[in-house]
Design a protein around this ligand. Structure first.
Ligand code: URA
Length: 244
């Protein structure tokens, strides 16, 4: 990363707003390379210089990547005038400007969501050209059998004529309701719900389990998140990781 103003850099790391970090700097609470630095405009090189606030070293991260187990009832947006958003659920240690959900889950859908401030990464993950698979588990009203599996395989056509790419449908549990997993590589609006609707089934619960090769961490309760590491980012881009 290029040389940056000290106040801008600290603000980018979620230390506080530009105004708040300027105050910290002027108050002598910030050290650069072990020396107190009281000028907010002082230029630092995040690759070379060490920084500390109140003696706490700042671990510089150009971008942040979080895995969230999205709960039902919140919207996948950065801001919403009426509803709590997934960004409202991000704990304060990870709050920083520019965070957004990479992709969208409906308000009543739960499961794996990646939150980041890296637009290029999100673009790679979401670009229809990349055909990155997403795995969902759906609880549906109605029966799912070989006929529906074949229809998904052929490519569902919505009532409005929109054609979907072939998708893999697997039945996990049969009972009063059916639990099925569906693997798709596109992200049309309400896609999974509309695909089931096209074969006469109503989705009553929907959860995303996987993006590319990245699985939802089962340790995360709904609403919780954790950072993801580089290997996991590659998995989310569908890249196979060699374990050798
Ligand atoms: N398909 C849907 O119908 N809803 C989602 O939230 C995601 C995929």
């Amino acid at each position: 990363m290029a040389i940056e103003r000290l106040d801008k850099l600290l603000a980018s790391q979620g230390i506080g707003s530009r105004k708040e970090v300027s105050r910290l700097i002027r108050d002598g609470r910030v050290k650069v390379n072990e020396t107190v630095q009281q000028r907010p405009e002082y230029k630092v090189d995040p690759q070379q210089d060490t920084m500390a606030v109140d003696g706490e070293p700042i671990r510089f991260q150009r971008y942040l990547y979080l895995m969230m187990n999205k709960p039902r009832g919140v919207v996948s947006a950065s801001r919403d005038p009426k509803c709590p958003t997934v960004i409202d659920l991000v704990p304060s240690q990870w709050r920083r400007r520019g965070l957004f959900p990479a992709g969208r889950l409906d308000k009543d859908t739960e499961g794996l969501l990646i939150i980041t401030d890296d637009g290029e990464f999100a673009h790679q993950m979401l670009s229809p050209k990349k055909k990155i698979y997403k795995l969902y588990e759906a609880k549906v009203k109605g029966t799912v059998g070989d006929k529906e599996i074949a229809q998904f395989q052929e490519g569902i056509v919505f009532a409005d004529g929109v054609q979907c790419l072939p998708a893999e449908l697997t039945v996990v549990e049969r009972g009063e309701a059916t639990v099925a997993q569906v693997k798709i590589c596109e992200g049309k609006f309400h896609q999974v719900k509309k695909m089931f609707l096209a074969v006469g089934c109503e989705v009553i619960q929907l959860k995303r389990l996987k993006i590319g090769e990245l699985l939802l961490d089962t340790q995360l309760n709904p609403g919780e998140c954790r950072e993801i590491v580089e290997i996991e980012r590659k998995l989310a881009l569908g890249q196979a990781i060699s374990t050798k």
